[in-house]
Design a binder for this molecule. Structure first.
Ligand code: PAF
Length: 305
């Protein structure tokens, strides 16, 4: 691993200082006390690493709104179910740190699994929000794993704001509820999904796809576009819009549809009659990789980056 305070080359001639790497909750709490004393506003960007421009756009948002930005990198075993890709999840700390250095991030929190979940760890945070469908049904225990680690990250970082991507919109609902219900005083900010020019939503898991798989994965964003086009053409029944989205994914060879739905964004229940604010949720598996995507029905996908 790169040393704390080390300099990394960036773009040939420029050199940037690596973020300070903090590995234990106690160390972070000590820093947090200093930040509180000096009146700093802390923004947290929680990640599992393998950083891409989607994460970096959250970092940029945090830097605009907060005086100190902490990025956490931790692949949280608690949120992976049996047979899921915990071991295969991309790990690339060196290049992640270099990217954060280029963006001037000062602190990166990289705890270890034993550090966050020592022997005897016995607490689970279960949040009943974001509905019991879609990711919640597909991945039992996933959101409890997310809520538990996010509660721990909030407790040791003490952020005023925390930044999450829209692609994981059900996760955002869970974290917002967590922050409210436990009086954590954290504003949960949702940053827009960042897409490649061809529509594919950026995800660390895209790295696990072959070139052909990556091409096939575009069917998720095409499904969202299809639902949006149908809506603008006057189709409003939730089931018809859902069918339109699902059929795009079902027609893609090698791709297994997990779910498609048109939902009310307040409770993630399927809508009978859709509005521009309804959310389209899609998920599929290909080459063993679980992918999700979402859009607001009334808004065309933003493709440029
Ligand atoms: O969205 C993610 O990368 C993870 O679910 C999070 C929020 C970092 C918790 O492990």
């Amino acid at each position: 691993m790169a040393e704390r305070g080390a300099r990394v080359a960036s773009g040939g001639s420029r050199a940037r200082t690596l973020p300070e790497i903090v590995t234990t909750p106690d160390e972070l709490r000590r820093l947090r006390l200093e930040w509180t004393r000096s009146g700093r506003q802390v923004g947290l960007v929680p990640t599992m690493g393998a950083l891409h421009p989607g994460h970096l756009s959250l970092v940029a948002l945090a830097q605009r709104e907060c005086s100190t930005v902490v990025v956490s990198i931790f692949i949280n075993p608690l949120q992976f179910g049996e047979g899921e890709d915990y071991l295969a999840y991309p790990r690339q700390l060196e290049s992640d740190l270099a990217l954060l250095a280029e963006r001037g991030v000062q602190v990166c929190y990289c705890p270890t699994v034993d550090g966050l979940y020592p022997d005897g760890f016995a607490t689970k945070v279960v949040v009943k929000a974001g509905g019991d469908l879609w990711e919640a049904a597909r991945r039992p225990g996933h959101f409890a794993g997310v809520a538990t680690v996010v509660a721990k990250l909030f407790a040791s970082t003490g952020p005023c704001r925390a930044y999450f991507g829209e692609k994981d919109v059900q996760q955002v609902a869970v974290v917002r509820r967590l922050a409210l219900d436990l009086d954590l005083g954290v504003e949960v900010v949702m940053g827009p999904t960042i897409r490649d020019r061809d529509g594919l939503a950026l995800s660390s898991r895209n790295q696990l796809l072959s070139a052909a798989g990556r091409e096939s994965a575009r069917c998720l964003s095409r499904a969202l576009t299809k639902a949006g086009e149908q809506f603008r053409a006057g189709v409003v029944r939730g089931v018809d819009l859902t069918r339109a989205a699902a059929s795009v994914i079902e027609q893609e060879p090698g791709v297994e549809l997990h779910y498609a739905g048109v939902v009310d964004p307040s409770d993630f229940q399927p809508v009978e009659v859709a509005s521009a604010d309804s959310r389209v949720l899609v998920s599929a598996q290909l080459e063993g990789v679980h992918l999700i995507d979402t859009s607001r029905l009334g808004s065309p996908l933003q493709l440029e980056r």
